[in-house]
Design a protein around this ligand. Structure first.
Ligand code: BDR
Ligand code: CA
Length: 316
């Protein structure tokens, strides 16, 4: 099987970092580009982090394109569990690699238009607010034909929100962008909090991650030790959900995931429920389903997969 062409849209972020490092050593994926966006941190920081992560993972060959510096309509909000820089307490060397001169939106429109023309659509991995993709879809709606599907981390259906009572961070950070994507009729696989809260990394996992990573061991240990303090008030113990790596794990091992089809909507008006995602589980809207929403995850299977991939750095 030829590798699957993917674009990774992200806002690194500790869990974005783990997702990128996992993808970098997965030959099943052909990463055409990385498109950081304003999210966990302002754009200048997520961009810089993405460049540093490419260097850390030895993948300076992958082009990085600067995405949107602000959400479509709302004021920016940033992540709460990633420390001041987005990478916890980890300090990586000043990057030598630079961003491409082209913007992320231009890269998306050009690449996806060409993919549509060739009949070889690309898979979009969305690990952050979907501002870049929504802007590209507004500029060039025909690029939808160049997207095989969007595999996204975001939203909360049967789970409550993690940033507000109703809303998950990635969707809340740009609900209007999510609304554009959800109404695009592009096939979606949704890894919401319903899925990611089934895969909690605990302090016990930290040494396993540290051992796995070879020359990345120290960095992985630092990142995981920061992440395992994610939100003990919420989870009842230390530990952090493996949000964004689930997108990569889904592409590598879909058999570890159970999905249910439904139409997804997002609330963009209510002050109380802004950014809430709603699944039409019982066809009440009269609209066809547009998403496979992940309802169950084989947590140990996913953690084992990520560890196995990270252990490939030991051989490098
Ligand atoms: C999502 O929000 C971010 O903080 C994480 O990187 C993840 O993409 C989880 O709600
Ligand atoms: Ca993210």
């Amino acid at each position: 099987m030829p590798p699957l062409p993917v674009i990774i849209d992200c806002d690194p972020g500790i869990d974005d970092t783990l997702a990128l490092l996992t993808a970098f050593v997965s030959p099943e994926l052909d990463i055409l580009g990385i498109t950081p966006v304003c999210g966990n941190q302002p754009l200048d920081r997520t961009l810089r982090n993405a460049l540093q992560i490419c260097e850390l993972g030895g993948r300076t060959d992958i082009p990085v394109y600067a995405g949107c510096a602000r959400p479509l309509l709302r004021a920016p909000i940033h992540g709460q569990f990633h420390g001041k820089t987005g990478l916890g307490n980890t300090v990586l060397p000043e990057p030598v690699k630079t961003a491409e001169p082209t913007s992320a939106v231009r890269f998306l429109t050009d690449t996806l238009r060409a993919a549509a023309a060739r009949g070889a659509p690309v898979t979009l991995c969305a690990l952050g607010p979907m501002t870049n993709l929504a802007t590209a879809l507004r500029m060039a709606p025909s690029i939808a034909g160049g997207i095989a599907r969007i595999v996204m981390m975001g939203g909360a259906y049967r789970e409550p929100g993690n940033r507000t009572m109703t809303s998950e961070f990635n969707v809340l950070a740009d609900p209007h962008a999510a609304a554009i994507v959800f109404s695009s009729n592009i096939p979606i696989v949704a890894l919401a909090l319903d899925a990611t809260h089934q895969v909690i990394l605990t302090p016990d996992h930290v040494p396993q991650f540290a051992q796995a990573g070879g020359r990345l061991s120290t960095t992985l240990a630092e990142l995981m030790a920061f992440w395992d303090r994610n939100d003990p008030g919420r989870y009842g113990s230390r530990g952090g959900p493996l949000h964004d790596p689930l997108v990569i794990a889904y592409l590598l091992a879909p058999h570890l995931f159970t999905t249910q089809r439904a139409r997804i909507f997002v609330e963009c008006h209510s002050e109380l429920c802004m950014g809430q995602t709603i699944a039409d589980w019982y066809g009440k809207s009269g609209l066809a389903p547009n998403a496979d929403i992940v309802t169950r995850v084989d947590a140990e299977g996913v953690i084992g997969l990520v560890l196995e991939r990270l252990s490939r750095y030991a051989a490098k």
